[in-house]
Design a protein around this ligand. Structure first.
Ligand code: 9WN
Length: 438
């Protein structure tokens, strides 16, 4: 589908409506996840958005990724938020005055000209860059897109692999729930319980003024998020000293998928790719060794401080389905878990719930504690297809398209009914629906 074809599509067709959301959220150099709730550029949102935008405008998709990469720190980290200076300071908490990247982040090499947060988000970017390139190789070559983004993507992966192997087993740890992207997942409850929350009066949340306050993380959650972020900032964003470190299956699986994509990019640029594919396979082996739970039939998170696997089933533990060299028996077990009573796909649920239907903390409306999100369902759909699981992939893909549109491109939905929740006109929902529609 091209912009030209779009102009002939009926005005109520899905691609036209999705394009309208992406246009409304476009700021000129990048796309906001939501005008109301998230008015800046978010890292993994931008990667997913670029994957959809490539069908609409390969140039805008390239620009989306380039804008994010321009805010990279010299230690290689890609910040989870790039702040838009024209948005009022109190529109989002925590804002640039909280993270203080241009002062507290100097030692780690934060850029001087743009303000960012100091934590990261899942590394979906190399995968996105490769898919964006393939949408229009001619434009990509003409603009030197891959040659420009490759060194930055390589430095990003290097940062994660060298500075974030806090467990010493070859996998990357996240040091804050916001880094993994599923903020209040019950998987974080045990490691977070050790954190002394910052007093509620020491900060003012902005999220409760938008969307559905009763779905959002609690004030106690926020107290802990703030405490962890303040400590990281006050340590000048040096890694390896914090109280929270978790090896997460989704974060690591996305790094592995992106490492394979980086190998394709290297080959396209005439460089060697074998070492990157080999690294991705070593990481896959480490993921299986450290995070697979045969008893649960899926991957679990590992609490690095405590050393144990966290006995909660989150959607994160299904996302390694994306990995091309995952052993066949693990693929079979993951599909069984996905379609069984814990996630109910093809039975009780329409999209993949963010958390175990049978888990004690399950709540179909509370953010990452049960509702279904479009990015995680898109990743699972892609994994199913990769492994030839056509029937569940078709069911999931069709539901994703139908619910994205019916919900007004909602941020997340009730996993049973598909009822829209959170923000509407959400960037990655529109982008990934557009991608699946192709
Ligand atoms: C904190 C932007 C982001 C997503 C995350 C989602 C939510 C932020 C928040 O919004 O997190 O980063 O304020 O709740 O959990 O996955 O990237 O859409």
């Amino acid at each position: 589908l091209t912009a030209h074809a779009l102009s002939y599509a009926p005005p109520d067709a899905l691609p036209v409506r999705a394009a309208r959301v992406l246009d409304a959220n476009w700021t000129g150099a990048s796309t906001v996840p939501s005008r109301s709730l998230y008015p800046h550029q978010w890292s993994w949102d931008s990667a997913f958005i670029a994957i959809g935008l490539r069908h609409l405008s390969p140039l805008r998709a390239q620009t989306e990724l380039e804008t994010l990469l321009a805010a990279q720190w010299t230690d290689g980290r890609l910040p989870h938020i790039v702040f838009n200076p024209s948005v009022p300071l109190d529109a989002y908490f925590p804002g640039p005055d909280f993270w203080r990247s241009t002062t507290a982040g100097r030692a780690a090499g934060a850029p001087r000209t743009v303000q960012t947060s100091g934590i990261v988000q899942p590394p979906v970017h190399a995968l996105a860059a490769w898919l964006v390139h393939r949408a229009d190789p001619g434009l990509s070559h003409a603009r030197g897109f891959l040659a420009r983004v490759y060194p930055r993507l390589a430095a990003w992966h290097r940062y994660l692999l060298r500075r974030r192997d806090l467990g010493g087993g070859g996998l990357v740890s996240v040091v804050h729930p916001w880094e993994q992207g599923m903020d209040n997942s019950p998987c974080w409850d045990a490691p977070l319980a050790r954190i002394d929350p910052a007093p509620a009066r020491s900060f003012r949340r902005a999220d409760l003024d938008h969307g559905a306050p009763e779905d959002r993380p609690t004030d106690l959650d926020y107290g802990r998020y703030v405490r962890l972020a303040v400590e990281y900032r006050d340590a000048r964003y040096a890694d390896g000293h914090g109280e929270f470190a978790v090896e997460d299956p989704s974060f690591n699986a996305l790094l592995i998928a992106s490492e394979h994509a980086l190998a394709h990019i290297a080959a396209e640029l005439g460089a060697g790719s074998a070492a990157r594919h080999a690294r991705a396979e070593r990481l896959t082996a480490a993921l299986v060794e450290r995070l697979w739970s045969a008893e649960s039939g899926m991957f679990l998170c590992r609490d690095v401080s405590g050393g144990e696997l966290i006995p909660e089933r989150g959607v994160s533990g299904l996302i390694p389905l994306l990995l091309p060299t995952l052993p066949g028996e693990l693929v079979t077990a993951l599909v069984r878990t996905l379609t069984g009573p814990h996630f109910g796909l093809g039975g009780t649920t329409r999209l993949v719930p963010s958390y175990d239907l049978l888990g004690e903390a399950f709540d179909p409306h509370r953010y990452w504690r049960g509702p279904a999100w479009f990015n995680t369902s898109w990743l699972v759909e892609r994994g199913l297809r990769l492994h030839g699981e056509r029937a569940p992939a078709d069911v999931l893909g069709a539901a994703l398209l139908q619910l994205a549109e019916a919900s007004g491109f909602a941020e997340y939905v009730d996993p049973f009914t598909g009822e829209a929740c959170g923000a509407r006109g959400f960037g990655w929902t529109a982008a990934l629906a557009l991608d699946l529609h192709q």
